[in-house]
Design a binder for this molecule. Structure first.
Ligand SMILES: Nc1ncnc2c1ncn2[C@@H]1O[C@H](COP(=O)(O)OP(=O)(O)OP(=O)(O)O)[C@@H](O)[C@H]1O
Ligand SMILES: [Mg+2]
Length: 276
């Protein structure tokens, strides 16, 4: 894994300046996620729940988007569809130019494993195995050899500042550290899209900021980042905010003055750029 950044004692260090990693402007303007008239309707007895009611959405490569909206407005449903964990009742989802409903099982498994990293509010780590083994899991699915897996998982953990916690089990870590393990697991395969559904929901402000630092770094490396959040402060780290209501996009607006994660990021960035 390219080690373009790392976290140390709460500081984000970038080895290169922002947004210049292997991506031209025309690549960046290409859609990576396209939803066309996407509906998700649940039949609950006699009642039909319209979780998504015809969503049209285009997200380009290397966007950083926050998804907001009241409880029940369809945020998780939309993220699950974007992450290919669920499929729409109606409408079309085109991922990287390819219609997802036309993918066969192999292609879908590959996309889930290699293109998309998912971070959940509740971390979803395996409790009985240590950090290294948790982060190795997606690499087992993608058929990497044992030594390679070990090395990649170790590097991903170092990248999230947990090089000294590799043999700890999840219950031997703080909440923020657990969520960082979950981020390491989501990025170990170097997916192009990172999806996070309320990743800071169970964290205090300081540890939440550590996670936002990681997302800023991934965005700057050229990844596409989507974060569901209830908190305006968290959303303001993104460059675009989409607000859902009753299964529809109500507002879709740019963030004019995005908050940079961690007050010291700017200084560190300047230092890093000065070093280049
Ligand atoms: N498996 C399901 N079966 C039936 N209804 C569902 C199911 N999953 C979600 N829903 C319904 O779909 C709607 C949208 O749910 P969703 O989980 O997407 O909301 P959300 O915006 O993520 O809410 P929250 O902020 O509380 O997480 C809700 O009314 C919910 O009750
Ligand atoms: Mg939800």
């Amino acid at each position: 894994m390219l080690s373009l950044w790392r976290i140390e004692t709460g500081h984000l260090w970038l080895a290169t300046s922002a947004n210049e990693v292997n991506m031209t402007d025309s690549e960046r303007d290409r859609p990576i996620i396209e939803l066309k008239g996407v509906k998700k309707i649940y039949q609950m007895g006699t009642e039909r729940v319209r979780a998504l009611d015809g969503v049209d959405l285009v997200i380009n490569h290397n966007e950083y988007v926050a998804i907001m909206g009241p409880s029940g407005s369809g945020k998780s449903t939309m993220m699950n569809i974007i992450g290919c964990l669920d499929s729409p009742t109606d409408g079309t989802y085109i991922l990287n130019g390819q219609e997802v409903s036309e993918m066969d099982d192999n292609e879908l498994a590959n996309v889930r494993n290699r293109e998309i990293g998912f971070v959940f509010q509740t971390f979803n780590l395996l409790p009985r195995v240590n950090c290294l083994q948790n982060v190795e899991l997606p690499l087992i699915y993608s058929g990497r050899r044992k030594n390679e897996r070990r090395e990649m998982a170790a590097q991903a953990l170092r990248n999230v500042g947990l090089g000294d916690r590799m043999t700890h089990r999840p219950n031997e870590l703080s909440g923020g550290q657990r969520q960082r393990v979950a981020v390491a697991r989501a990025i170990v395969n170097e997916p192009s899209i990172l999806l996070a559904d309320e990743p800071t929901g169970n964290l205090d402000t300081k540890t939440g900021n550590e996670i936002m630092l990681l997302f800023e770094a991934l965005y700057r490396r050229g990844n596409t980042v989507l974060v569901v959040t209830h908190e305006e402060e968290v959303a303001r780290h993104a460059r675009r905010i989409i607000r859902l209501r009753d299964g529809l996009i109500e507002i879709d607006e740019p963030v004019n003055d995005p908050a940079l994660a961690g007050a010291d990021v700017e200084d560190v960035l300047t230092d890093a750029e000065a070093e280049v």
